[in-house]
Design a protein around this ligand. Structure first.
Ligand code: ADP
Ligand code: ZN
Length: 734
């Protein structure tokens, strides 16, 4: 072999492909001679004038000339991104037609976690000086230490019922000794794995079947049973077995509002709270959870859809609770459905996935019928608690008084519940006071300047708000069109307006109003909501008026009446899943009634009592309803019997948007088993100041949609200020 000269030495320097959290790349970088680097390592690399975070994605691609290649600037001291996770990122990117970089970005949401964690400072007992001023609070802290040996300032303060400054004061006085604890990752130690309740026969059977799937490769199971049947208890057993086997578990929930009660139950069952992952988790929590997961120490994560993108090295089980929920669909950035991605993750990495619901999605039911998923039923409510009886109130006959929204029958039912010392929930899935404000003089309607949407009055805040963008404005005193004063009329009810009506009807009742916009502000939101829910649970409230935030997952022993103010609300509009979703939501709300010994009653106010959704709810005919729904979808060749992909063209210039949309239509794929609908202005034809047009590709199930779309999009030039978003399996058609 010839002796090395300068140039061959240069070309011999190793190159690797580094994926950056942007819609570009991966790019090649050279590895400095003294750096040990493996695929999956987190690195800092130069990009233009900056240094950014990336992940080594594989061996170099060779597309950058050796002379132009820049060296990797540094490597983080963190466990490399697991191979299974990298394959998952590539898979999600291919499925959603996103770039791997934008998908990977969702995994890099706690960059501080890439630094090795610091040890935790804790305190043990030090030397007590005779002249220490021993206040009662200080004494309690010392007593706590006597019992447990050591603890962090926050833990000791909490246990002693004092402020942290008391602990600090003791430390400063030398009465405490500082000890450094290794980082304590959340959900890393479980003290009571075998403490579940005695299961019913059905529950035990379901549990055994699920446990038998652990460690046995990929499987998907639909755990189906009415609210209160014990589905949570059953999947807790599967989690216990998965923890015992040393593997990680992810529980996906559609909303953080649901997590509080689940966490309580989890803590009681396992003696430890699970790690949490959602948008309201603060930086410290993120850092510890991300790192704990990456180290394989954190065994159970309960989170929103973004928790799918934590770098689990040893995931052995995913549970998707309330699998039918539309909130699992992420609608911006990378558009994906977390339930479907969870199944894909299990498939790629060969472990079981459990989908849980009392009202499974048609997608999952059809998958179960086709044998792609196994289905486990839990037939009855645990301990014989009866399901609430659902009655319909025909609003055409049982009319509320003028400008009121509660019918006499419902009002009477609330009166009866309160007289019996029980609680009532009035459900209306609409925030604010009124969905539309118009001028009585000229008919002017208050509209969002940025969106094709009416402004919603929020009377408590004194604002008109757009529910699609951040626009808010004070309620004007005069009509902006005809300048008449005091001429505005509120049209239709939101929950604030219902609360006015309830206050007038039941002046002595304790009323609680619950909607997502009432719990805002970083961190405090979850706490305030938790407190409001506790008040309901502990019967400090008589009447709850709430949106869907209260509809799900909660267990209120004294709540026996549920009244749905407008059961028809979700049925309007041309949404493919309108009936299915309305059934699911109302069934779930109904499940809030009578979950303990007292039987529940549910009343739905409707102008369409003959509608099949209302009939199915009243007759408790879920499966028959799903059957009809399924046949209709099959006949219309709609999902889950066909595949949809939407293209949303948007931009500030209407003409340009229209131009791109028409070009797309002209280049539309033609062929067997596919059809393109549109372009048409989107129902939200203006959103956040952008004009929008939609096209819809509908194909047979066996058509490779991603390939068809890629070819299609490749044919059409898109100017810089127009955006074409791809939505595979769309759930929103706005
Ligand atoms: P689901 O998830 O199907 O709505 P849960 O698991 O929440 O049902 O069960 C409803 C209630 O019944 C919970 O309070 C739960 O703790 C209780 N429960 C369920 N199964 C049992 C059991 N076998 N023994 C004791 N309590 C149970
Ligand atoms: Zn708006």
């Amino acid at each position: 072999m010839a002796g090395p000269d300068a140039s061959s030495q240069k070309s011999a320097s190793r190159r690797v492909a580094v994926l950056l959290p942007y819609p570009l790349g991966p790019y090649d970088y050279s590895v400095p001679a003294d750096m040990e680097l493996a695929v999956g390592d987190y690195v800092r690399v130069p990009l233009g004038p900056r240094e950014i975070l990336g992940v080594v994605w594989g061996e170099g691609l060779g597309e950058v000339a050796a002379t132009k290649m820049k060296p990797i600037a540094g490597r983080f001291d963190a466990p490399p991104m697991p191979e299974a996770h990298r394959r998952f990122i590539d898979w999600v990117a291919a499925y959603t037609l996103s770039t791997p970089g934008t998908v990977m970005r969702m995994s890099l949401t706690a960059p501080k976690a890439l630094e090795p964690p610091r040890a935790t400072i804790a305190f043990g007992r030090g030397a007590l000086s005779p002249d220490l001023n021993l206040t009662p609070a200080r004494r309690r802290v010392l007593d706590v230490l006597e019992e447990r040996g050591f603890g962090t300032a926050a833990e000791l303060a909490e246990a002693a019922g004092c402020g942290v400054q008391v602990v600090r004061g003791l430390a400063d006085a030398g009465a405490l000794e500082t000890v450094m604890l290794p980082p304590r990752y959340p959900a890393s130690v479980f003290e009571q794995l075998n403490d579940g309740p005695t299961l019913s026969r059905d529950q035990a059977m379901a549990t055994e079947k699920l446990k038998a799937k652990l460690g046995q490769g990929y499987s998907a199971t639909l755990l189906d049973g009415v609210t209160g049947a014990g589905k949570t208890e059953v999947y807790f057993e599967a989690i216990a077995a998965n923890i015992a086997a040393g593997r990680q578990t992810l529980v996906l929930l559609p909303e953080i509002a649901l997590s509080a009660q689940l966490i309580d139950r989890f803590a009681k069952r396992f003696g430890t709270v699970p790690a949490l992952w959602h948008s309201d988790v603060g930086p410290a929590g993120r850092r510890m959870t991300w790192r704990g997961v990456a180290e394989g120490k954190t065994k159970v994560v309960v989170g929103a859809r973004s928790a799918l993108f934590l770098p689990y090295p040893d995931l052995g089980l995913i549970v998707v609770d309330e699998e039918h929920e539309a909130a699992f669909k992420q609608e911006d950035g990378v558009i994906y459905h977390a339930r479907d991605m969870a199944v894909a993750r299990g498939h790629l990495d060969k472990f079981p996935v459990i989908l849980v619901s009392a009202t499974p999605s048609l997608e999952s039911v059809v998958n179960a019928e086709a044998g792609r998923y196994e289905r486990l039923f839990l037939p009855a409510r645990h301990a014989g608690a009866t399901l609430p009886k659902i009655g319909l109130i025909d609003m055409r006959r049982d009319r509320p008084p003028p400008r009121r929204f509660l019918s006499p029958v419902l009002t009477q039912a609330v009166t009866d519940a309160l007289a019996a010392g029980e609680q009532a929930l009035l459900f209306l899935n609409r925030r604010g006071y009124a969905p539309l404000t118009l001028c009585r003089t000229c008919g002017h309607r208050m509209q969002c300047p940025n969106c094709t949407a009416w402004l919603v009055e929020h009377r408590f805040q004194g604002l008109l708000r757009c529910h699609h963008c951040d626009h808010a404005e004070p309620i004007p005193s005069n009509c902006p069109q005809c300048d008449n004063a005091g001429s505005f009329a509120a049209c239709g009810p939101g929950i604030e307006r219902i609360s006015d009506e309830v206050n007038a009807l039941f002046p002595d009742a304790r009323i609680s109003l619950l909607a997502s916009d009432m719990f805002q502000g970083f961190g405090s939101r979850g706490m305030a909501l938790q407190e409001a829910i506790r008040q309901v649970r502990d019967h400090e409230v008589d009447i709850v008026i709430g949106t869907q935030i209260i509809a799900k997952g909660h267990h209120f022993p004294m709540l026996t009446l549920v009244g749905v103010v407008d059961a028809d609300l979700g049925l309007t509009g041309g949404d493919l899943r309108a009936s299915e979703r309305t059934y699911q939501l109302l069934n779930q709300v109904a499940g809030r009634a009578g979950r303990a010994e007292r039987p529940g009653r549910v009343l739905l106010q409707t102008y369409m009592p003959e509608h099949r959704v209302m009939q199915a709810l009243a007759d408790d005919q879920r499966d028959a309803f799903l059957q009809v729904e399924s046949e209709e979808r099959r006949a219309a060749a709609m999902p889950p019997f066909a595949r949809l992909a939407a293209l949303i063209v948007s931009g500030p210039d209407m003409a340009e948007v229209g131009h791109v949309a028409r070009n797309l239509a002209q280049a539309a794929p033609r062929g067997d088993g596919m059809v393109v609908l549109g372009p048409a202005p989107a129902p939200l034809s203006m959103l956040r100041g952008l004009h929008r047009e939609r096209l819809l590709l509908k194909t047979r199930r066996d058509v490779p949609v991603q390939q068809v779309l890629a070819t299609w999009l490749g044919k059409v030039g898109v100017p810089g200020n127009v955006r074409v978003q791809v939505d595979i399996d769309p759930y929103s058609f706005l």
